[in-house]
Structure formats: C-alpha cells, structure tokens
Design a protein around this ligand. Structure first.
Ligand SMILES: Cc1ncc(COP(=O)(O)O)c(C=O)c1O
Length: 441
C-alpha cells in the first residue's frame, strides 16, 4: 500500500483527532508545541494510557512501542508511580525550597551509576546537556565543544548542529563540517562546535588532537539513539575515553535515552566511565525531568556555599517534588531482574523482525540494545548517521502509518522501546502487524 492509502485509512479512523487538530491550528503554529510528535496529515490526540496501551480521541486502542519517546519504562499509569505522584501532589505541587524527594532520587541515581558522584536536577534532557556543556567550559576554560554527526542532544543552540538534513552539506565523512540544524542559530555556534564521525576512531582521534587546546568537552550518546541506534564498534568508546583523558577534554555521556539499557545505563553495559552524564526520560516516571552529574571536582562549580556558585543554575521547577517522587517510584520498580525481562522483550522483537524480513525477502534490519530498537529499511551495514539515513525516505513513514492503522504505535522514524508492561504476546502483535504492513507495501 502507498503512503497515500495508509493516510486515507488513518484519516478515516481519526475524525475526532482531525477536528481537534483544526481547533489547535487556530492557536498554535501548525497546531503544535512539539516538533517531534507532529506528522502529516495530523497527529492523533491521545485520551488516556494504561499499561502497554493508549487510546485516542476516537476511542481506538493502540499498543504503545513509542512510550513517550522511550520515557515510560513501566508503561502508562503504573500504580506505584501514580500513587507516589498523587501523594506528593496532595502535599503541594511545587515549593520555593528543596524537598526530601530530591535527595532520594539523587541517591538512587548515584547508587546505580558510579561515575556520578554528585548530581543536579533539571526539567528536561535539553537543560541537562546545556548545563553539562557549560560546566565543561567553566571547568576547562576552553570554548569549543565536540559532538557526533547525527547525534541529538536536545534543543539548545550548542547541540543543534549537524543533527539531520542533507549529509552533502557536511562535506567529508571523515571531517564533517558543522551545519546548522535550525534557523536562528548564531554563526558563532558553528565556529565553536566540532563535529566527529561515528565509529571512526582514527578520524576522531586526529580531530580531537588538532582541536584539543580549544575543546572543553566531547558529548556522546553512547548508542547514537536518535540517528538509528547505531552501536559503537568494539573499543570505539574506550578509544574516545583514552583520547579525551589524554587531552583534558571532559567526556560527557548523554544517557537521556540509553540509560534504560541497564541498571547503571549504557556506561555500565559498555564498560566506559565518563566524566559527566546527562539523564532524562525514564528517571522522572513520565513527568518532565532531566539531571546531570559526574565528578565531584567538576560538579562543584555549582556549589553555592562559600561565596556563591561559579555557575548559576536557577529553575523554578528544578527537582519538582511530584517529578522526584514519581522518579523514585519508577527506579525502585525497575529492579536488576527487570533488565533481564526488558532484554528478553527486545531480543524477541529484534529476532522476530529479522525472521520476518528473511521469510518475506524484504530488505531491512532491526538495530538496538536491551529494550530499545530501530527498524531500518536497508540491508546494508549501518555504521554511522550517514549510512543509517533511509535510502527510501518514505519507507519509515509508510511503516509508521501502516502500524498505526494496525493498532501499533512506534515513532515516525523507526525508534521504539519495549516496556515492563508488555508481554511476549504484545511483541508478537507488533511482528504480526509489521508482517501485514510489509505485505501490502
Ligand atoms: C539523547 C538525548 N539527549 C537529549 C534529549 C533532550 O531531552 P528533552 O526532550 O527532555 O529535552 C533527548 C530527547 O529525546 C535525547 O534523546
């Protein structure tokens, strides 16, 4: 089936969402506050979620492998999390001072992630990476930052560089140019952001060495989660660790998504200790959240005692008690054993997709680790953002819409996540739905 036919079926099923979208257009540009969740012709409006399911405004039930872009590791409205949030809310929604909930969530994170000796909370992953980058500059006294081509770290200026768009604009694969990913980025940003090629250790080492005197940090999403979930080649992160250490460059792991692959995050699973780590998504149990932390000597730039912090970090809702309580309940529910279950769900899914593609002789593959997966529509080896860009630009959207029509929700580009609310049958439902979508493509 073509995209047009999938769209026609989708619009026939979502009349109430279409009406709501019309209302939204009158008050918001494109009717929308969140670029990521928009798709043509209009997104469906979600009325409620429970466990592994969401229901839209027309009452259609879909199984949710999007999980608010991988945030909901326990699924929707987990009773422990709802209860914790309700109890916290009953005592007041926000205060002009700290609460005990903040200490408890910080303790849980520190216990799980040994590189995080000390941490602070924010309201989003974007704020977490923004603070981590600023902190690295303050600590090293150097102005530039390095990031990987294709890597997404949120929506502040310093990281909206070389995230998407046409790879030709980036020039050489081995020495990519900094390319603005958004209108409104000042040219100074491009001069201060060095872009590296994923999974090319020699090229990275050369660039880091050449730029070292000016480089404050290297920010790395250890699984390149938003550019196709392209795993680091054996030893790649270790070489980045050695190189950054040699040159006094602060190594930041952005674990906003990848934290969900193990009790101690991707850094535990891959055996690399960064200087700083950023968090978001699952640590707030579904409420707005972010955190950044790491070496105490670095984090101390935020210590407000003895004459004041060297970096100011206000935030009316930082460490909001309801979020902190929901985060504590979530992390307590995701026990070490839970990761075995999440891994098994992810493996079942990736294995099922692989078998389906082989049986139907379709070109494609499922990348990912633990509960995270990404469906690609090429059989070629995927090593970096450039190779993972879809050759048939329409394929991910066709599959996304096709799955929506089959009652399965993914992200538009192919990223998905299993939650602890899911059963093996839920995973099989995705595989069977995908089989029908592939058959009619
Ligand atoms: C790796 C990574 N870093 C940072 C962010 C930004 O987090 P937030 O959307 O909470 O600002 C995201 C969001 O998807 C992310 O995936």
């Amino acid at each position: 089936m073509s995209v047009d036919k999938e769209v026609a079926e989708y619009t026939a099923k979502t009349s109430r969402s279409r009406a709501l979208h019309e209302e939204a257009l009158a008050v918001m540009p494109g009717g929308n506050s969140r670029t990521t969740t928009f798709f043509d012709p209009y997104p469906f409006y979600i009325q409620r979620g429970q466990g592994a399911h969401v229901w839209d405004a027309d009452g259609t039930d879909r199984i949710d492998f999007n999980g608010n872009y991988t945030s909901l590791i326990l699924g929707h409205a987990h009773p422990d999390v709802v209860k914790a949030a309700q109890q916290a809310a009953e005592h007041g929604l926000s205060f002009p001072g700290p609460t005990e909930h903040e200490i408890r969530l910080a303790e849980l994170l520190k216990r799980r992630v040994p590189s995080v000796e000390s941490l602070r909370f924010t309201n989003s992953g974007t704020e977490a990476t923004m603070n981590a980058v600023r902190l690295a500059r303050a600590f090293t006294g150097r102005p530039k930052i390095a990031k990987f081509e294709g890597a997404y770290h949120g929506t502040h200026d310093w990281v909206m560089v070389s995230v998407g768009g046409d790879p030709k604009a980036g020039g050489s694969r081995k020495r990519p140019k900094s390319v603005a990913w958004s209108a409104g980025l000042p040219p100074a940003v491009l001069k201060h952001v060095v872009v590296l090629p994923w999974n090319d250790p020699e090229a990275c080492e050369q660039i880091l060495e050449a730029e070292a005197a000016h480089l404050a940090c290297l920010i790395v999403d250890p699984l390149l989660c938003n550019a196709g979930l392209i795993a680091p080649a054996e030893g790649f992160l270790q070489r980045l660790r050695a190189s950054t250490e040699r040159h006094g460059i602060v190594l930041i792991f952005d674990e906003v998504i990848s934290f969900r692959v193990a009790w101690g995050g991707a850094q535990e699973r891959l055996g690399v200790r960064p200087d700083l780590t950023t968090f978001g998504k699952i640590i707030g149990g579904g409420l707005p959240v972010g955190a950044f932390g790491g070496r105490t000597d670095v984090m101390n730039f935020y210590d407000p005692r003895k004459g004041g912090a060297r970096i100011s970090h206000g935030g009316t809702f930082n460490a909001n008690p309801v979020t902190m309580a929901a985060g504590v309940a979530t992390l307590n529910a995701v026990t070490p054993e839970a990761y075995t279950r999440l891994d098994a769900l992810g493996e079942r899914l990736r294995g099922g997709v692989t078998r389906l593609l082989a049986a139907t002789r379709r070109k494609g593959q499922a990348t990912g680790m633990g509960s995270l997966f990404w469906l690609h529509w090429t059989a070629e080896p995927l090593t970096d953002w450039r190779s993972a860009r879809p050759k048939d630009a329409e394929a991910p959207l066709r599959v996304f819409l096709g799955l929506l029509n089959e009652g399965v929700l993914l992200t538009q580009r192919g990223l998905g996540a299993c939650s602890l609310a899911m059963t093996d049958e839920d995973v099989d439902r995705l595989i069977n739905a995908l089989a029908r979508v592939v058959a009619r493509a």
